[in-house]
Design a binder for this molecule. Structure first.
Ligand SMILES: Cc1ncc(COP(=O)(O)O)c(C=O)c1O
Length: 363
């Protein structure tokens, strides 16, 4: 099977892991600091705080903004379910918002009618390695006195107006789950330029205290720490990031060129305002379900877009039945993500392109 996505793991991760084993210090310590510093340098954030995964990065960010019971947070309808679940964990209610007609990102104009006196924040999600329109998000947030938490789980390396995503709002979370552009297996980073938010997040992830080794807790906190093993893999992966970004761009461009003459396919558009990282290359496809089956029969793995939140079985009790989400629904019906792993060989990509041509020929 040609995998849809796969991490690039080799001896360099093993070498970094050896350092951890030799040190015998497994819980968060110097190598986690090194990983945080690497992400801080990459993004130019004032603070980069490692946590156990991207969901907890978002949870800590929301809590640090004071979001909790009785509050509402506007979340795009097209995202991975963890975006809205992080809101739920705080006790607040996620309110789903449609995406832009031409792109895959939150439609700030559609968000206007979702604002109530309970709305406290908006969470743009930088989906599939593109940036939401942060100028519009920030203007909207300022007008309604809202905080901004950016879900940058899928967006390491993505820039908006030459600034790494996750730094224009108040706080953000990046994920290093196994299928992300770079991975720690599991892992997350909170980015913020605010000292106050950073301090709250550090306390939240460390049992409510500023330092380890003290057992008097002035604040409520939990344990969302990284391990040195995860961070060691992250340190190695950060070094590979430029090569991965470049290869993902080549994969994207090769699909765009190789499939441009198929009228039943349309590459998902890129928001013109951002410097994307093509985590996945995706297309809107006629007869998507049949195409997926045909490619699977030919040992090519593909992926559908995320099921929109308003269609998720677990959210049916809280969805407003009057509200419609035409754009997310249509994107979900039509989109397919093609094999996009760093390790995709040129001949494998040629094979994928050839099979897609075969599928549509004569249709
Ligand atoms: C958009 C989005 N938000 C949040 C998350 C949660 O990150 P994690 O799986 O690291 O908890 C993910 C990824 O898995 C994601 O894709």
């Amino acid at each position: 099977m040609i995998p849809q996505v796969e991490p690039w793991i080799d001896n360099s991760e093993l070498e970094q892991l050896k350092r951890v084993i030799e040190s015998t210090y497994l819980t968060e310590n110097k190598i986690t600091k090194e990983f945080e510093e690497g992400v801080r340098e990459l993004t130019a954030a004032k603070h980069a705080i490692a946590v156990c995964n991207g969901t907890m990065a978002l949870y800590c960010g929301l809590k640090a903004l004071g979001i909790g019971f009785g509050d509402e947070v506007i979340v795009p309808d097209l995202t991975f379910v963890a975006s809205s679940n992080a809101v739920l964990m705080t006790g607040a209610k996620p309110i789903f918002c449609d995406i832009e007609k031409d792109h895959l990102l939150i439609d700030v104009d559609a968000a206007e009618e979702l604002v109530t006196e309970k709305t406290k924040a908006i969470m743009p999600v930088h989906l599939y390695g593109q940036s939401a329109d942060m100028t519009k998000v920030l203007e909207f947030a300022a007008r309604h006195n809202l905080r901004v938490i950016e879900d940058a789980a899928q967006a390491i390396g993505v820039k908006y107006k030459s600034i790494h995503v996750g730094l224009q709002g108040d706080v953000s979370g990046i994920s290093f789950y196994g299928n992300k552009t770079i991975t720690c297996g599991e892992g997350g980073i909170i980015l913020t330029n605010s000292d106050e938010i950073a301090q709250s997040c550090r306390r939240l992830k460390n049992h409510g205290r500023d330092r380890r080794g003290t057992f008097v807790h002035e604040h409520i906190g939990f344990n969302f720490s990284m391990t040195e093993m995860q961070s060691a893999i992250g340190v190695s992966q950060l070094k590979k990031l430029p090569a991965i970004i470049q290869r993902k761009q080549e994969i994207h461009d090769t699909y765009a060129e190789g499939l441009k003459n198929i009228e039943q396919l349309e590459i998902t558009p890129i928001a013109p305002r951002c410097e994307p990282v093509h985590w996945f290359t995706s297309f809107y496809a006629e007869d998507r379900a049949e195409l997926v089956d045909y490619l699977a029969e030919n040992k090519i793995q593909t992926r559908r877009f995320f099921c929109p939140l308003h269609l998720q079985p677990c959210y049916q009790d809280s969805v407003d039945p009057e509200r419609e989400y035409p754009i997310t629904t249509q994107a979900y019906e039509r989109a397919i993500s093609l094999p996009s792993a760093y390790g995709l060989k040129p001949e494998q990509q040629e094979y994928v392109i050839e099979k897609i041509h075969q599928f549509y020929s004569g249709r």
